[in-house]
Design a protein. Structure first.
Lengths: 119, 112
């Protein structure tokens, strides 16, 4: 059974760096074709893809946010990470991580972590 | 950038009614290997999105066969043949080409 769970700070102030962790089980990021993606959703709005990381450490970023995003992984501990620098209120959202396969599909999602940026 | 446009934005249906949702892409989603990277997701109220359809027409694991996907190139459709109460929520199409992933704006399915 594949499970993913996101964790984060809950609340942070503008200009700080947001650090998110995705802890997963049921698959390995050392397996060929596996990946983890990050997606966010402001309250009442749609989904926005942020970044992906793959078994071979290949990384892809949303071009509109690329300068602020860093994705990484710890294969031995089944974790993936996302950092967003210089946050502001527009980064307030629920952040999801999802397992991905080599068809590019996000086939299992975490429950989401709520992040609020406020002074 | 690839833009996905979903119509309608809201869909009202009765239980048992068949409905369709359209997803139109600003660029072809067919790659050089012949794969078309178009997917459909359902997000029920208060829940995470769940995969319904991958690669245009393939049902995700455990997805009822009243859901079907079709289309090619830039025009795609999700059909629900006989809406059930558990199908209510927001439907999103998503594409994965040119090393970017993009979601459509969503279609909210509600009871009439």
């Amino acid at each position: 059974q594949v499970t993913l769970k996101e964790s984060g700070p809950g609340i942070l102030q503008p200009s700080q760096t947001l650090s998110l962790t995705c802890t997963f089980s049921g698959f390995s990021l050392s397996t060929y074709g596996m990946g983890v993606g990050w997606i966010r959703q402001p309250s009442g709005k749609g989904l926005e893809w942020l970044a992906n990381i793959w078994w071979d450490d290949d990384k892809y970023y949303n071009p509109s946010l690329k300068n602020r995003l860093t994705i990484s992984k710890d294969t031995s501990n089944n974790q993936a990470f996302l950092k967003i620098t210089n946050v502001d209120t527009a980064d307030t959202a629920t952040y999801y991580c999802a397992r991905m396969d080599n068809y590019g599909v996000m086939d299992a999602w975490g429950q989401g972590a709520s992040v609020t940026v406020s002074s | 950038d690839v833009v996905l446009t979903q119509t309608p934005s809201t869909l009202s249906a009765t239980i048992g009614q068949s409905v369709s949702i359209s997803c139109r892409s600003s660029q072809s989603l067919l790659d050089s290997a012949g794969n078309t990277y178009l997917y459909w997701y359902l997000q029920r109220p208060g829940q995470s999105p769940q995969l319904l359809i991958y690669l245009v027409s393939n049902l995700g694991s455990g997805v009822p066969n009243r859901f079907s996907g079709s289309g090619s190139g830039t025009d795609f459709t999700l059909k629900i043949s006989g809406v059930e109460a558990e199908d209510l929520g927001v439907y999103y199409c998503m594409q994965a080409t040119h090393a970017t992933w993009t979601f459509g704006g969503g279609t909210k399915l509600e009871l009439k």
